[in-house]
Write a protein that binds this ligand. Sequence first.
Ligand SMILES: Nc1nc2c(ncn2[C@@H]2O[C@H](COP(=O)(O)OP(=O)(O)OP(=O)(O)O)[C@@H](O)[C@H]2O)c(=O)[nH]1
Length: 294
Amino acid sequence: MKDKAAELAVVSNKSFEASTAVNLHHYDISSALQTTLEFNELIAIFCNKIQATLPHNSVEYVNDEFSLAFKRGIVGRHSCNYALKVEEQQLGELKLTRSQRFSKDELKMLESLLCCLIYPLRNATLFQQALQMAYTDPLTKTNNRTAFNDALLREISRSKRGNQSLSLIFVDVDHFKSINDEYGHDCGDLALASVASWVKDSVRGCDTVFRYGGEEFVILLADTHQTDAAIIAERVRSSIESHTLAYGMDVLNITASLGVSSLREDDSTESFVKRADAAMYTAKQEGRNRVCLG
Ligand SMILES: Nc1nc2c(ncn2[C@@H]2O[C@H](COP(=O)(O)OP(=O)(O)OP(=O)(O)O)[C@@H](O)[C@H]2O)c(=O)[nH]1
């Protein structure tokens, strides 16, 4: 067990052998690390626990897969870096710094202690991957309806607490059935994935795009008034209209109808969503390929 754990942490381009026996310190750290599946909390707990044995001034943890960049403390001129992985699974990079050089013995000790961190990090990775799968629509790679329901409740409560505006845009692809009918289901799928990426590309990074169902998408715009939401909706509409979809020898033009609503004081979750949906239907009735406000 000790030998297996020792193989698991990759230490900045050099291998190491954990020579320190599993002791009470390891046990203490391992127990503390079992209390959470949050990456940042795991790193903070680990660093707090090793601070007495291995004094350091700053810690940095970067995990590209989950876009994490955790930083704490004041960076010193000496550092040690570890690319952590287990069974070919990357678990991020950890960097400790301080003003004095790290001795060989200290590094050996740290490398041994890192064995306590990598399995909790692997568990956190598996948990986050499972969460992502549960929240992602596999066809369009956007957030799914479950994610929308959760995000909507969260954003409504945040908006009411902080007295901030919140807007919603419904995007429904026009005459989508005819794409399926004329070119086949695969082309329909490709069209949906393409529309999703055009929509994502035309909103800000802080706005979230969800697949609501079928050929319908929703965009949740935090801290956004209706006037700004209408401008964003028009940008999305225009982006979809200006793209073309190449399918075999065919080139398809796609349009969408959009409905916008902004949260009112007396709104329930349902009334907020219904207004955007109703506005989108008005856009359909008024000729499609347009934005209507609800
Ligand atoms: N290819 C594909 N088609 C889907 C998917 N989900 C829903 N659809 C199809 O989307 C079509 C939606 O058709 P309608 O609701 O009649 O709407 P529409 O043809 O877009 O017409 P308007 O909304 O009135 O402009 C249906 O034929 C569904 O089968 C999917 O994941 N892939």
